[in-house]
Design a protein around this ligand. Structure first.
Ligand code: BTN
Length: 256
């Protein structure tokens, strides 16, 4: 057991720590299939095959990041799985903002930014219960770039940044942030269907009111982000003036 008790007071979590894994999401998924309970958490210091959304890899070098996955067995319909991702993004934002002077931003739908750089990505994966059609389990994977890697981030990650320049005790910094993220997340999780974190998420939006580029089905198109719907889908104005609702896809901020 990995002790997060100074930072996370939520009961019922079993936290495992490994120095190196392929992917915390992949390993926790195996545990879920073997019947591990809700609240099982896996944290790693390094991933050799970290995964991001859209089949991308997630850069996960040793000792510079927090790679964390949570096994959940929520009473949610598959289309409500977005609540898990957005709840996690809001929890990460609040955990980061516990440091003085820090203001986090959330880029719809699953990225957390500090000072214009992406410091956190979230990958939620689920399995459907064939009997009920609901979620059998979900694996909520959170990757935070804590420190800049030696030599900087790879050139193909121009958006990436780190939360801290350095720390006298990097392992403790990772432990504290993990604990604080879990504490915020599990405060909201029991009533997740009511989305008690909606305002925390919306108030930190990086895209609302901005000209954006929508990437959907391999194509891009310009639009303007108008607002969030109550279910976290994004209301946008298309170039021809029509208003449409995005529930998936990816957006980037367009320079005006
Ligand atoms: C993204 O930015 O596209 C999402 C990245 C999610 C990365 C985290 S790190 C912990 C967990 N394990 C993985 O393999 N991926 C997620």
């Amino acid at each position: 057991m990995f002790d997060l008790s100074p930072y996370c007071t939520h009961p019922g979590l079993t936290v495992q720590f490994r120095e190196e894994v392929t992917s915390t999401n992949t390993l926790l998924r195996q545990q879920a299939e073997e019947g591990a309970p809700e609240g099982t958490v896996l944290i790693a210091a390094r991933q050799t095959a970290g995964r991001g959304r859209r089949d991308r890899s997630f850069y996960s070098p040793a000792d510079t990041g927090l790679y964390l996955s949570i096994l959940l067995r929520p009473k949610l319909a598959p289309q409500e799985a977005l609540y898990l991702t957005t709840c996690a993004a809001a929890a990460v934002a609040l955990a980061l903002e516990e440091a003085p002077g820090v203001h986090a931003k959330i880029k719809w739908v699953n990225d957390v930014f500090l000072h214009g750089k992406k410091v956190c990505g979230i990958l939620t994966e689920g399995a459907i219960d064939p009997d009920t059609g609901g979620l059998q389990y979900a694996i909520l994977g959170i990757g935070v770039n804590l420190f800049p890697p030696e030599g900087g981030f790879p050139a193909d990650l121009p958006e990436a940044g780190a939360v801290y320049e350095t720390s006298p005790d990097p392992a403790e910094t990772r432990r504290r942030l993990a604990g604080r993220i879990l504490d915020h997340f599990f405060r909201w999780y029991p009533t997740i269907q009511d989305r008690p974190f909606f305002d925390v998420y919306r108030n930190r939006s990086l895209v609302l009111g901005q000209p954006i580029t929508i990437l959907q089905g391999g194509r891009t198109r310009p639009a303007a982000a108008l607002d969030l719907e109550p279910d976290f889908s994004l209301r946008v104005r298309e170039r021809d003036g029509r208003v449409s609702i995005l529930s998936s896809g990816e957006v980037s901020i367009r320079p005006v």
